[in-house]
Design a protein around this ligand. Sequence first.
Ligand SMILES: *Cc1c(COP(=O)(O)O)cnc(C)c1O
Length: 432
Amino acid sequence: MNQAANNDWVARSLASVWHPCTQMQHHESLPLVALSHGKGAWLFDHEGRRYLDGVSSWWVNLFGHANPRINAALKDQLDRLEHAMLAGFTHEPVVQLSERLAAKTGHALGHCFYASDGASAVEIALKMSFHYWRNTGCDAKREFVCLSGSYHGETVGALGVTDVPIFTEAYGSLYRRAHVVPSPAAVGEDEALRRMRVLLEQSASQIAAVIVEPLVQCAVGIAMYDPAYLTQLRALCDEFSVHLVADEIAVGCGRTGSFFACEQAGIWPDFLCLSKGISGGYLPLSLVMTTDTVYRAFYHPDIARGFLHSHSYTGNPLACRAALATLDIFDQDDVIVKNRERAQKLGDALARVARHPAVSNVRQRGMICAFDVKPVASAGFSRRFFAEALQQELLLRPIGTTVYWMPPYVLTDEEIASLGDKTVAVLEKVAA
Ligand SMILES: *Cc1c(COP(=O)(O)O)cnc(C)c1O
């Protein structure tokens, strides 16, 4: 627990670890924090400094670090079965998880396919949709539609349905680009639906699926829209025989106020992708839930009509067990209801931040809060804010000039108030 240890880990990391989503040269001035441990909403470094995890460690942690209940479940699972292949074998955690998630959709989405990360879940949903149409004699339906500002992951297939230039630009000639239709967050619900209808009227016979991030487009900068858009998009997809893929990787697991964001629109998609929070932020786990109709189209004596996709760690028992412990906490602690109070308190703290003259476009949906900042200078704002927040014992990582809170669901009233106060203190340093 000292500065020498801290500096040592930082230097060795910079020499050997290529960090994600980072221009490594920025670390010549940007702090790299070497963590020693985590507890609840806090991360601790080797010097004994602590940081309130205001972004749930990239939107994955729901019930705090080193959560005793998830830890206990994992320790128990470790002594039973750490991993086995899921082709030809099954195990309790994967069966229970599939059943419990299916039940949460009223069995509208009764079949679960597993992978390890969000981008892979998106790839699976796209491939399943494409292959469904092929299996049902609609070979022409091969194209996809995404919304402007969409983010669905960074593997080559997922980039094709992603519309955030910083992630796609360098790879434009590497992937097949989907149709991009204006997002309701950009042009309003009515115009967005009108534009979607125009495209589907022209091209539905070539379109397999529309993919959306329900209610909040997170990675582009926490862009929010109304549930009514999803309700009407579902109707449009039905009218034109096009699949609807709901990428709930960021917005699922209670983040927007309901367990699935789609619930707020009263709809189910044909494919629902989950990852991030589903394992409580413990282990890489993703899954795609789909309907009996889709499942049946692959069920056939011919192996080539099956869905032959696989990943080595598909349905990993430890990850599934972490997910089951996470679902237990949702049930035992009545989390969706309790989060309404917590969201209210976050809203109160946000209202205090909103009084700062550099703050605009204040927005909230459930456990996601965001606002835009007029910076002293926009270049490097995000990094300056991040560094200044660390000084305040706060982990926040703005997207461009959008600052957001996406905290774990364990913050006390005091921690929420302090999140607000410290955010204001950071703004005093870096905002105009
Ligand atoms: C994070 C995210 C992904 C990609 O998940 P990874 O696990 O990072 O591959 C896909 N879609 C959305 C909406 C996300 O937020």
